[in-house]
Design a protein around this ligand. Structure first.
Ligand SMILES: [Cu+2]
Length: 272
């Protein structure tokens, strides 16, 4: 699936391919029948000494525990500028700018239903959101990802350009997708993954629901490599429901944060 000449990237893609192999339905069935145990023993014997393996397992669990303690709280002030701002492209004039998580105080809740269009580039990057450098997979170099803000009845259009080494997809968590199931973004269920180097446009209308949701990558558990962000759907009646005065309306995105790549974590989660 992935052809890379650089050693470093090859190592990464090998990690990932082992994950997608293990997460296939066939493998899960074998796992239920106990086939995994033998395969794990076999594979670990091949690649890792018992001492190394113990150390590795300890490291993984330590980082999971550390991650739980950290419960990563991110507000606008902490939203990483990272190395780049949003994509500078010729298409930018049409792009909705959401560089932080402060909701627009002049938002028009009665605006006519419209297409809200976003241009997202997915890349592999190395960043240190909590001080520890690690490979991440990010939308427009932002962690957490860019805010999507629409009114109920609007059509969300997201042009995804996958410049990452692995395939990906975006799932719109909690969105009904009535009439557009093929825009749900669940790899292997409603769509094939967006290959490395390919583009895909999500387009769906949000109807019959409002509130604060989130989106995330839905190929393996890439979400835990940083690919997730907030999706706010304003109710047409929001002002009626929210009568308390407030200075600003902001998104606070809370997520787990691991120092290991999802490819290193997933196979452990799937073990019996
Ligand atoms: Cu989800």
């Amino acid at each position: 699936m992935v052809t890379q000449s650089e050693d470093e990237e090859l190592e990464l893609s090998e990690d990932y391919s082992s994950v997608s192999r293990r997460s296939s339905g066939e493998e899960q069935e074998q796992g239920l029948l106990g086939g995994w145990k033998e395969r794990d023993a076999e594979e670990q014997g091949k690649h890792t000494s018992p001492a190394k393996r113990r150390h590795w397992t300890w490291t993984a669990w330590a980082s999971i525990a550390a991650a739980a303690v950290m419960a990563f709280v991110i507000t606008t002030g902490f939203t990483l500028g990272l190395s780049r701002t949003a994509e500078q492209t010729s298409e930018e004039s049409q792009v909705v700018h959401t560089n932080d998580y402060v909701l627009d105080s002049d938002w028009d809740f009665n605006a006519p239903s419209q297409r809200r269009e976003y241009y997202w580039t997915v890349r592999d990057e190395i960043h240190n959101p909590d001080g520890i450098y690690r490979p991440m997979m990010l939308v427009n170099s932002q962690f957490p990802g860019p805010l999507v803000e629409v009114n109920e009845g609007d059509t969300i259009v997201v042009h995804v350009n996958n410049q990452a080494v692995n395939a990906t997809s975006i799932h719109w968590h909690g969105i009904y997708q009535n009439g557009t199931p093929y825009m749900d973004g669940t790899v292997g269920i409603t769509q094939c993954p967006i290959p490395s180097g390919a583009k895909f446009t999500y387009e769906f209308t949000v109807a019959g629901q409002s509130g604060t949701y989130w989106y995330h990558a839905h190929h393996g558990v890439q979400s835990s490599d940083g690919m997730h962000g907030p999706l706010v759907i304003h109710s047409r009646d929001e002002k009626k429901f929210q009568q308390m005065e407030y200075a600003t309306d902001r998104v606070v995105l809370v997520s787990d944060h691991y120092h290991d790549l999802s490819s290193a974590l997933l196979w452990q989660y799937l073990k019996p």
